[in-house]
Design a binder for this molecule. Sequence first.
Ligand code: NAG
Ligand code: NAG
Ligand code: NAG
Ligand code: NAG
Ligand code: NAG
Ligand code: NAG
Length: 418
Amino acid sequence: MHLFLWATTALLALCEAGQAAAASIPRTEHGKIAPKVLIISMFAPEADIWYTNMPHSGLGDLLAVNVSAPGLSMLYPHVHCLADHSVCQVTTGESEINAAASIMAVTLSTKFDLRKTYFLVAGIAGVNPKVSTLGGVALARYAVQVALQYEFDAREMPENFTSGYFSYGTLLPNEYPTTLYGTEVLEINEALRDIAYSFAAKANLTDNSGAAEYRARYHAAGAVYASGAEPPSVVKCDSATSDVYYSGALLSEEFENVTEVWTNGTGKYCMTAQEDNATLEVLLRMAIEGIVDFSRVIVMRTGSDFDRPPPGVSAYQHLVILQQNGFLIAIENIFQAGIEIVKGIVSQWDCTFKKGVKPNNYIGDVFGSLGGKPDFGPGSLTGGAGFKPDGKSGDLKKRESMVKGRAVVPPVGRQAAR
Ligand SMILES: *[C@@H]1O[C@H](CO)[C@@H](O)[C@H](O)[C@H]1NC(C)=O
Ligand SMILES: *[C@@H]1O[C@H](CO)[C@@H](O)[C@H](O)[C@H]1NC(C)=O
Ligand SMILES: *[C@@H]1O[C@H](CO)[C@@H](O)[C@H](O)[C@H]1NC(C)=O
Ligand SMILES: *[C@@H]1O[C@H](CO)[C@@H](O)[C@H](O)[C@H]1NC(C)=O
Ligand SMILES: *[C@@H]1O[C@H](CO)[C@@H](O)[C@H](O)[C@H]1NC(C)=O
Ligand SMILES: *[C@H]1O[C@H](CO)[C@@H](O)[C@H](O)[C@H]1NC(C)=O
């Protein structure tokens, strides 16, 4: 780790020295805005922290250029950019539907060329005290749409169930779904995630005494919540997506289990939010069309509140009565960690990021939509080739018959879709 950091730093120095004279080329020859980084925020506080602090970072004013596009949120109707267009920012609105619609609007806008753009999803999240803490910063490899399941109210569930949630097409919780919608799991570029981690790890994270006090309550649980009781740091772990803002030990543990099952044992759930898989699904579809590069996506979440209570506190008290004091430091750490990632990409553009960071892991969804063999799920729908742009791979019916017998076809008598 130390060696790796040292090597990265040495490279960085070389790279920046060689780069000082390079002129910034903000627009392509077609007059479109071609940002090096597009920051994706979900609501006003996550956006404001960039507007307020960006001018002091040396990069410039993010409110210098405002660009509208049909389909953006009516609450956040502009993409904001630095004067040289090297960095832009959009606010999607909260939850899966708003995230998908807004990112679709930006990517399809004729005002932008996003083929080489890095997407930095940067938002606050609920945090798993087994892995991180209030104010902690997490960089993900997987986003898992954990609530994409059947659900019974727990008061009506069979006695042998550990949770009211169970995967589509299965008979018990925590089994691999046999009916897949395609957005269950999205895997992004791990090599890029690791570089982003090395940039973010340089940040001095903000903390406060109120958060430290709440965090200390997790000590009583011993080793299992040790990370929750520590001051904030930057960690590598995965992000859950759910429109339902769940809270409490049982649901959190259920979604922790689902993340592990659906990623075939490699995903480590640590942050929960309401948008990532929606954003990623849109970027994946646009990558099929060559409009964006799916290997240029970073998902960063900062812990604003614990997903489950400390010992001796009820789920209700924890969520709505007691002050956890994590919100402000989570917002501030979006900027503290995020600006290091943005500066890293912009300053090393010519020698590293323009050509891209080659992924060493599978990237994409459970269908194998971008080609290659998914390392989770039942296998590629496209025989590893990926889907062709412009609908050229044909429609779903044809694909289903091409993969006859695959788990993607709903099991007898069970249609998950309503
Ligand atoms: C861009 O919009 C923001 C409000 O969202 C405003 O404060 C700023 O002045 C606008 N910039 C320009 C150049 O109009
Ligand atoms: C779980 O309970 C249900 C309902 O009582 C029953 O039908 C099912 O066979 C049980 N499954 C297992 C694996 O025990
Ligand atoms: C973090 O704080 C240390 C000590 O004050 C300082 O030397 C360093 O430059 C800071 N790092 C960043 C990224 O601001
Ligand atoms: C999660 O998985 C563990 C280990 O398999 C199991 O003991 C626990 O009951 C599961 N929790 C839920 C809520 O499903
Ligand atoms: C993932 O796990 C499921 C269920 O156990 C299995 O059917 C599938 O083949 C596994 N996929 C990979 C890529 O290991
Ligand atoms: C959601 O996206 C995350 C990446 O942040 C990925 O790890 C996870 O597998 C995705 N989940 C689904 C259900 O798409």
